[in-house]
Design a protein around this ligand. Sequence first.
Ligand code: DGL
Length: 254
Amino acid sequence: MEMQSKSIGFFDSGVGGISVLKRAIKLLPNENFIYYGDSKNAPYGTKNVNEVRQLSFQVSDFLMEKNIKALVVACNTATSAAIKDLRIRYSNIPVIGIEPALKPAVEIKRRGKVLIMATPVTLAEKKFNNLLKKYNDKADITLLPCPGLVELIEAGVLSGNKLENYLKEKLSVYINSEIAAIVLGCTHYPFIENEISKLTQDVPIIDGSLGTVKQLKRKLVALNLLNLSGQKGSVEILNSSEDKIELSRKLLNM
Ligand code: DGL
């Protein structure tokens, strides 16, 4: 098979990475995609880092067997725990990760706090802390670990009382003061962006998916891997928990 017509592999701890896949399909409509959600092992973000690394290897090995031409780690948690090792392990293909979009949030230059919502693992890892060091003196940055939120989204809870209560509890302290921007540092969270907006009104909400997908495109161009067939590509959705495939499709078409 020609390199260019091979698929691009995406993975996440569950259904969250679909938010990144969605953008990728828009930007790269001629590419073929295979998405693997590891919902059986979700959430990753409250596990120990070594465990997240091992799970990331397991899932990526599975995608490599599908003969992919590029790997997108559509999970902030897996990126922070394993991206370096994944790049060593699969040195023959580009491996693209995602990280909380601090830069665009800080560059908005609104008054108030920049809130970073993400999993405990992402916020504790060295990768994020190096990023934080770069921007800490440029803005008032507050970290907001959100354990339990991925579980709600994995259960298909995208609105309603339970979610509203969770978000109110997390955000109430900040709602009455000024918020400059909110960064969604977990790929599950864009699916509840509207619910966050209901509480924070016109505060800009930013996620890292566009940056990741642009980086994917740059890599494909640079390595002459772009699919130039001119035909609409295919999307295959797989999950370690079969019963999450329907939710994944729903989120993709939302
Ligand atoms: N979508 C994953 C992320 O971006 C969620 C990790 C989890 O399963 O806790 O961090």
